[in-house]
Structure formats: C-alpha cells, structure tokens
Design a protein around this ligand. Structure first.
Ligand code: PEP
Ligand code: MN
Length: 378
C-alpha cells in the first residue's frame, strides 16, 4: 500500500532549535503560574523547540480533571510572548480548533482517543479547511494502522499539508511494563507506506513512568523518528494529570543531553563500502532462506498428499513437539533468541498446516477451505 499524502517537510513549518525536534510542556495547563514557570525553564534549557500543554483533557472516567479550558489559551499566549516558543495544543472538536486558532496556537494535535473515531476526525478536518496550521495525528488507542492512516488522510484532504504523526503506543489487554505498548512495527509500517511523513515519538505516554523514558526515546531516535514529545512539569509530584510520567525541565535537559544521535546515512566512503559488502552477504543469505522455504513447502505438499491418500490427520502433536525441541536446541546453540525461534517455527508450521488443509479439502467448496485454513497473519 502506498499512502499518497501531500506533505510539506517538517523543517518548513517548525524551527528546530537542535536536532531532534523536542516538543515539551505539561500534560495539562493547571495554573498560569505553573505553565509560565515550566515554559521559562524549558526555554532556558535551549533544547526545546515547541511548548505543549493540554487545555481540554480527554479522561477515561468522568469527574477527573478535564482540563482548565479556554482560559488556558490565554496563558499559552503569554508563555509564547515571553519565551518565543511556538505552542501546541490537543484538539478534539471543531470548537477546540476554532478557539485554538483564534488564540494563535501554532500547532494542533489530535489525541489518541479522537483518532480512533472517524466522525470526530472528520469534524476536526472540516473545521481546519482553509487554515494553514500544522497538525500532528497521534496513533489511535487500538493497534489499527488503517485508522491512523485514515485520520491522516482526512486531515490532509482538508488541505493541511503541514502534517505529521505521533507514535504514543497502543493499549493492550496484557499486563506490561509500559502504559501503552510501543508496537514499533506499526510506526515502521506507517513510515514505509509514506517515507516523507514526519513521525514524532511520545515516550511519556508509552512508558507511563519517568524511569523508562530514556530507553524508549533513544530507541525512537535509533529508528530515525524526527522528534520527541515529552511531558514536563515544574513539579511532577503534584501534577494534576499523568504525574508519574512527567519530568522536570532540568531532567528533560539532562535526558536530551545524553541522547546518542546517529545519522541515517554516513558520508564516509570506507563505511559505505563495508556496509554495501555486508548487505550483499545478507541478500545472498535471504535468497537462500527463501529458496529453502520453497523446498520445504514442496515436501510439505507431498506429505499432505500422502497423508490424504492414507487417511491420516494433518497434525501429529508428537512430531511437532519433536521439531520444536530439536530445532530449538540447535537454534539456541547458534545464539538465536528462543522467543524468535519459537515464533519463526510456529509461522512455518501454521503455513505447512494451511497448505496440507488445502490439499486434504481439495474437493470441498472454496468457502469451507478458507474457513478451515486462513492465511497466516503476523
Ligand atoms: C496527552 O498528550 O496529554 C494525551 C492525552 O495523550 P494521548 O492522546 O496520547 O493519550
Ligand atoms: Mn498526558
């Protein structure tokens, strides 16, 4: 799938003080004093390019602090006048868009809960028509790439060319160390569909705690993401929202200081030659792996026919156990990660079962076959 968005590069709509782009500020604007003092300290670090603040907060349960509302826009205006930092705010309705634009907010973002609802995204897109404001679209709460892409398309179709994505992780049923599972592969797939789309990582909402932020932020930079949105509060311990994940402006500066910034390409010729050589070796091995998989599947088909002609079931559990044991031991002797080996073998096994199911059911209707043997999903 190729995603055709009409995009202006990030550098044309935000002045990046230092690479990478750092957007920082409190989860929520709470008081004028809290916002202004945080903004001044962030500006003084010299590392922050954009000041963020939540004015309207989408909360899971009613009765929690739902944002300070429109008055916060006045505080943001003042923060911008005093620090020179452009401002960014979350919008969830047409009214939010109108108020934020009227108050001179520089960048708008669509939150994760809003991205999950195409009606809301369309309402925002309609309100944006005719304006030239940059818009960042957070991934939806659920791991659905199409929903994320759909929201970007709706905003872009409204004529917004200064557009980017924010990767803030996905909610998951399973317990994990993260508040939201990063599921990096979804952000990578988005980048593959649309290489010119800037993607900014939000380690604060992925981690849900301060301690993990450096690791996620560094990983995002290593994956060539264009920037980071990190929540910062003058005194995180008393923050009204997301207290555990906010960092002080001083901690933010230290965090940014410690990043290793790696370039996507190197101009060094010796490096380029060596890399090209190693990639040639990888290409050869990948071709061999695919060739061998093809050979394996041809034998799998033969076995399928043999089982069918002799009325034997497809699955023999003891054989599968034996494969897992023997191949697992071999793989671990070669220092392959056991998790990876297990997933890889399971993938091959389920494809083998799918092939044999097709052979066994050759004379049944196509619909039945699809039901019995869906293509493998990863
Ligand atoms: C936020 O940025 O404060 C926020 C509410 O984030 P998300 O939409 O990612 O939950
Ligand atoms: Mn937050």
């Amino acid at each position: 799938m190729k995603l055709n968005l009409d995009i202006q590069p990030l550098s044309s709509w935000v002045n990046v003080t230092n690479e990478p782009l750092i957007i920082s500020g409190p989860c929520s604007a709470e008081t004028e004093e809290q916002l202004l003092s945080t903004a001044h300290l962030l500006k003084a670090t010299g590392k922050v390019s954009v000041l963020r603040a939540g004015i309207w907060k989408p909360r899971t349960r009613p009765g929690e602090f739902e944002g300070i509302g429109s008055i916060g826009l006045e505080w943001l205006k003042r923060a911008k006048e005093e620090t020179g930092l452009p401002t960014a705010v979350e919008v969830a309705t047409a009214k939010h868009v109108e108020e934020a634009l009227a108050a001179g907010v520089d960048i708008l973002w669509v939150g994760a809960r809003t991205t999950a609802n195409p009606f809301s995204v369309q309402e925002i897109a309609d309100a944006l028509r005719g304006h030239d404001v940059p818009v960042l679209v957070k991934n939806p709460v659920n791991p659905d790439l199409s929903l994320w892409i759909g929201a970007l398309e709706r905003i872009n179709n409204a004529g917004i060319k200064k557009i980017g994505a924010i990767h803030r992780g996905f909610s998951s049923f399973e317990k994990s160390s993260f508040r939201n599972e990063p599921m990096w592969e979804l952000a990578i797939q988005l980048k593959t569909h649309c290489p010119e789309l800037p993607i900014i990582n939000d380690p604060s909402h992925i981690c849900g705690n301060r301690e993990l932020i450096p690791y996620i932020a560094q990983k995002a930079l290593d994956l060539d993401m264009q920037g980071l949105m990190i929540e910062s509060h003058i005194d995180p311990s008393v923050a009204w929202t997301d207290a555990k994940q906010q960092v002080t402006p001083a901690a933010l500066a230290e965090l940014v200081e410690r990043f290793s910034i790696r370039q996507p390409e190197s101009k060094n010729e010796a490096f380029a030659d060596k890399l090209a050589d190693l990639r040639k070796q990888i290409d050869k091995i990948d071709d061999l792996v695919i060739q061998k998989l093809g050979e394996r599947m041809a034998i799998v088909e033969k076995i399928g026919e043999f089982k069918r002609d002799n009325n034997v079931t497809i699955l023999q559990v003891h054989r599968w156990d034996e494969i897992m044991k023997r191949r697992g031991a071999f793989a671990s002797a070669l220092k392959l990660d056991p998790n990876f080996t297990e997933k890889f073998l399971e993938l091959i096994h389920s494809e083998s079962i799918r092939k044999q199911t097709l052979i066994m059911n050759k004379d049944k209707t196509a619909a039945t076959i699809v039901e019995v043997a869906p293509p493998v999903q990863i």
